[in-house]
Design a protein around this ligand. Structure first.
Ligand code: FES
Length: 243
């Protein structure tokens, strides 16, 4: 992007995010024939969007979003994922527990919840099970770093969580079932960031073409290649810093 320009995606609506309609912020002037708004002639001032907490939820039904300042919806095959952020403060007041549970409207006092809370760090994680099957889960934190979503999302395809799943689920990682592959970088071949970084480190990969030869990532549509190059640089920087 050229410095001084602002990019905003179009084609989003209120079904997929809380505040994503670019039409709401541009001049209300449209081309008389096509109806196209004056996207490229709108004065812009950009401010940082400060929030007090970050999080995500995965659930079989859409959550209730009271108290959530910002959300984005991603439809999966057996779940819906919401990326969340809020301006109300988490922490001392257990508002995170209240918010986390309220998202799913579960008022059964005997409901099967697995929960973890660290009030000092502003972290709350909860998984709601029904007949040993995952129904809802939410991960909230005062910091933006959160577990990868892929493995948690895969649990929605299971009829019941086994003991190892139950142990791993609050950390967002499988226990004793191999490495967490990380967020997907190459969606054509389903290759995750951790898999790529491990291959770069352990096999001395130097170029995106090396990664493609090793893992196939980048070998189809090519839209992930710029991220592969960035991972090469990041991994090399991490190696130099550790040396
Ligand atoms: S996303 Fe990696 S090749 Fe298409």
């Amino acid at each position: 992007m050229a410095r001084g320009s602002v990019f905003v995606p179009i084609h989003w609506n209120d079904q997929v995010a809380s505040d994503a309609r670019v039409g709401a912020v541009v001049n209300p002037v449209v081309d008389p024939v096509s109806g196209e708004p004056e996207f490229k002639h709108t004065p812009v001032r950009v401010d940082k969007f400060h929030v007090a907490w970050h999080g995500f939820s995965l659930s079989r039904r859409a959550p209730l979003l009271d108290g959530v300042t910002y959300w984005t919806r991603v439809q999966g095959t057996q779940f819906v994922r919401y990326e969340l952020a809020g301006r109300n403060t988490l922490g001392e007041s257990r508002v995170n527990v209240a918010l986390g549970r309220a998202l799913f409207g579960v008022d059964d006092a005997h409901a099967d919840w697995l929960e973890y809370e660290d009030r000092a760090a502003g972290i709350y994680r909860a998984v709601h099970l029904v007949d040993d099957r995952i129904e809802n889960c939410v991960f909230l934190s005062a910091r933006p770093e959160l577990p990868a979503r892929e493995w948690l999302a895969s649990l929605f395809a299971k009829d019941r969580l086994d003991e190892a799943d139950r142990i791993g689920v609050l950390s967002g990682q499988p226990i004793g079932k191999g490495a967490d592959t990380g967020p997907t970088v190459c969606s054509c071949f389903g290759v995750g960031r951790n898999t790529i970084c491990t291959a770069i480190r352990e096999q001395g990969l130097k170029t995106a073409a090396d990664i493609t030869a090793c893992l196939k990532a980048g070998g189809n549509c090519g839209s992930c290649v710029s991220e592969l190059r960035k991972l090469l640089v990041d991994t090399e920087l991490a190696r130099l810093n550790a040396a």
